[in-house]
Design a protein around this ligand. Structure first.
Ligand code: CUA
Length: 373
């Protein structure tokens, strides 16, 4: 009777373990479908991202090999050489101090580490090499709580949140922060790099397909760290040149506004919004950083506040109570507007559209992605 009870408990225990293994299996299959095509390191869309991807494959292959080389013999030994009923007690041959075996299992891991280390070190140096930076596009990127500023010194334009690049060319990003540590990461296009306050970190990225690639801050930087999103908009070379020209020429003072938007502009000025936000590149100065995001191409953005779909309703919510949407942001408390006033300001901001080259023009689905707000 007791033996049966023990056997039952033993079976139940194993069943429990099997359940967790099955759950893990199901989860890995289901979760493997998560992630977006434009926000994953596993579907690289550029040379820099390819390099990182090959390293991932190499390392995972080596580790899988090690796992199998350990687990398969372990299971065979467990099944074949287990003590059966009636077997005599005996101690198997002991092999400690066996020089041949010790040598083999010291050398094999060393070889495996070398196989992983050499390409990794070479790739690290290759990706950090900026010797040819002057021949390519350079963008000075500043991380801020909780937005990104992009200064195109050579083109004499600046913008925030949506970074435009041409396809099939190297783009160097020179990263620095105006406050705390951030980390710049566009998984589909390149590896991530720390954004430090005192030294400029440089890396390159390149996109071989037009598209909107989602970027994230990858360093815990405050209450809205997870909302510190940005986009890289990769367009054809022709469109890129057009965009640069449009950005340069755009003058927010020349906008033909309807009555509501004009009132919005007055409210925008009256609330001193201009002391923090630029609305065009007419006063562009290389290296100058606005207190808040540059709004030159605001209405062309694929997201407002980095995360909101660009609808008027979202914009009004954001203006009325930024704290609710991005806790800890620096706009909270800088002004006081009613919902009606915010609606007018929103009407004005929706006119800040310098170019026909927009995130939506290269990715028609970027605005219908309802997995975000
Ligand atoms: Cu910036 Cu996290």
């Amino acid at each position: 009777m007791r033996e049966e009870k023990e056997r039952y408990a033993y079976m139940k225990d194993w069943l429990g373990r099997f359940k967790s293994i099955a759950l893990l299996g199901v989860l890995s299959v289901v979760l493997a479908g998560c992630g977006k095509e434009n926000l994953t390191a596993l579907a690289p869309k550029g040379g820099s991202a390819d390099t990182s991807f090959y390293l991932i494959i190499l390392t995972v292959s080596v580790m899988t090999l090690v796992f199998l080389a350990v687990v398969i013999p372990f299971i065979i030994v467990l099944l074949r050489f287990r003590k059966k009923k009636g077997d005599a007690d005996f101690i198997p041959e002991q092999v400690e101090g066996n020089q041949k075996l010790e040598t083999i299992w010291t050398i094999i891991p060393i070889i495996l580490v070398v196989i992983m280390a050499v390409p990794t070190v070479l790739a690290t140096f290759e990706l950090a090499d900026d010797a040819d930076a002057s021949e390519h596009i350079n963008i000075n990127v500043t991380g801020n709580q909780y937005w990104w500023h992009f200064d195109y010194e050579d083109e004499e334009i600046a913008t925030s949140q949506d970074m435009y690049i041409p396809v099939d060319t190297k783009v160097y990003v020179n990263l620095i922060t105006s406050d705390v540590l951030h980390s710049f990461w566009v998984p589909t296009l390149a590896g991530k790099l720390d954004v430090n306050p005192e030294n400029v970190n440089t890396m390159y990225m390149d996109a071989r397909e037009e598209g909107v690639y989602f970027g994230k801050c990858a360093e815990l930087c405050g209450p809205s760290h997870s909302l510190m999103d940005f986009k890289v908009v990769a367009v054809s070379e022709e469109d890129y040149d057009q965009w640069v020209t449009d950005m340069k020429e755009f003058n927010s003072e020349d906008l033909e506004l309807d009555a509501v938007a004009a009132e919005g502009k007055e409210l925008f000025d009256a609330n001193n919004c201009l002391s923090c936000h630029a609305t065009d590149n007419q006063d562009y100065q290389a290296g100058s950083l606005p207190v808040g995001p540059d709004l030159t191409s605001f209405a062309d953005r694929s997201r407002f506040a980095g995360i909101l779909l660009p609808t008027e309703e979202n914009l009004v919510d954001w203006i009325v109570d930024p704290e609710k949407i991005k806790p800890g942001n620096k706009m909270t408390g800088a002004y006081d507007v009613t919902k009606e006033e915010a609606e007018k300001i929103a009407q004005y901001l929706m006119q800040l559209s310098p170019s026909d080259v927009t995130a939506e023009s290269v990715d028609t689905e970027v605005l219908s992605d309802n997995t975000e707000k």
